[in-house]
Ligand binder design. Structure first.
Ligand SMILES: NC(=O)c1ccc[n+]([C@@H]2O[C@H](COP(=O)([O-])OP(=O)(O)OC[C@H]3O[C@@H](n4cnc5c(N)ncnc54)[C@H](OP(=O)(O)O)[C@@H]3O)[C@@H](O)[C@H]2O)c1
Length: 301
């Protein structure tokens, strides 16, 4: 706890933003390190449909978590999904799983910190499918450690910014020309409630997500007249490996985390995928430059 954080506020402002994890936390298995998971039980993933039939969708960071759920849901509604991540085996597993369910998904190993790899990812997607209709710039990492600003390292700042900000910047830099050439498209960037309010001890993550919201607004203004809609969404606490790492690092249970959200539960990745799909679809045709609160009401308080 930092000296200026009043009790009670601390957990809300730091741990529950989960922008930082202990350096040794590592990736935990489902439920490891958390007690009493308070996850919605009755929210089935999107069923088979054709809302995105024939649409070409590129997703960064879909080897796990929100990106994976979005890839599965998009493919389940007829999209041709190309997705990336750094973990080869996991990416191939997700690809095979989507295909075995009848979907169209292609995993490309790519690191969003590399301009060449992001450019090749976008080029490869268009080479394969002939166009790019929807892009979801989702790849992200948490702060490597919790610390007040004067104790943060430039190394951690650069690492988080290169992934969270650089990845979104590079994604849009190479996606937008393709969409300009074909007369439009929809881009969705993964921000966070951490893009909208400050959270103590996680300067790298918190500032990076503010930058994602900023990039989203700037790009939305620049390309709205070209029929490219660009929006972001702001998850709160979602049951993914990132949240599990953070919960373990901070020693808090899912039930404790859930108490800081008006809906009093942890959101499932499939619920976030539904928000992404709505933002990607023409159903949200009036939206541009937004950061949609998908936290279960955190930002309303
Ligand atoms: N879970 C939450 O409660 C929550 C709340 C607010 C915002 N978010 C945001 O949601 C996004 C997804 O996170 P998640 O919760 O789903 O966690 P996650 O399961 O850890 O997923 C993160 C994804 O990003 C990928 N990634 C990370 N660095 C990358 C890089 N340099 N190049 C390419 N891919 C990279 C990871 O793949 P590889 O490891 O295979 O590279 C993984 O697929 C992040 O932007 C995160 O900040 C999450």
């Amino acid at each position: 706890m930092t000296v200026q954080d009043p009790p009670g506020r601390y957990s809300r402002r730091r741990a529950l933003a989960f922008g930082a994890v202990g350096l040794t936390a590592g990736t935990l298995g489902a439920g490891a390190g958390v007690a009493g998971a308070n996850i919605a039980e009755n929210n089935p993933p999107a069923g088979p449909g054709s809302r995105f039939a024939g649409k070409v969708v590129l997703i960064t960071g879909a080897t796990s978590g929100i990106g994976e759920a979005t890839a599965r849901a998009m493919a389940g509604e007829g999209a041709k999904v190309v997705f990336c991540g750094r973990r080869l085996e996991l990416g191939q597993q997700v690809e095979a799983s989507v295909r075995s369910a009848g979907g169209d998904a292609t995993f490309v190993r790519a690191d969003v910190r590399s301009e060449n790899e992001v450019r090749d990812l976008v080029d490869g997607c268009v080479s394969r499918h002939g166009r790019l209709d929807i892009a979801v710039n989702n790849a992200g990492i948490e702060s490597p450690r919790a610390a007040r600003l004067h104790e943060q390292s430039m190394t951690d700042m650069e690492e988080v910014w290169r992934t969270n900000v650089g990845g979104v910047f590079l994604g849009m830099k190479y996606q937008i020309p393709r969409m300009l050439a074909q007369g439009g498209g929809s881009i969705i960037n993964t921000a966070s409630i951490s893009a909208e309010v400050g959270f103590a001890t996680i300067a790298p993550y918190n500032s990076s997500k503010h930058a994602v919201a900023s990039l989203t607004k700037v790009a939305a203004l620049e390309y709205a007249a070209d029929r490219i809609r660009i929006n972001a969404f702001a998850p709160g606490a979602v049951d993914t490996p990132m949240l599990r790492r953070a919960a373990a690092a901070f020693g808090v249970s899912y039930d404790q985390i859930a108490q800081d959200y008006p809906i009093k539960r942890i959101v499932r990745p499939e619920e976030i995928a539904a928000v992404v799909m709505w933002l990607a679809s023409d159903e949200s045709s009036a939206m541009a430059g937004t950061d949609v609160d998908a936290s279960g009401g955190y930002l309303a308080g």
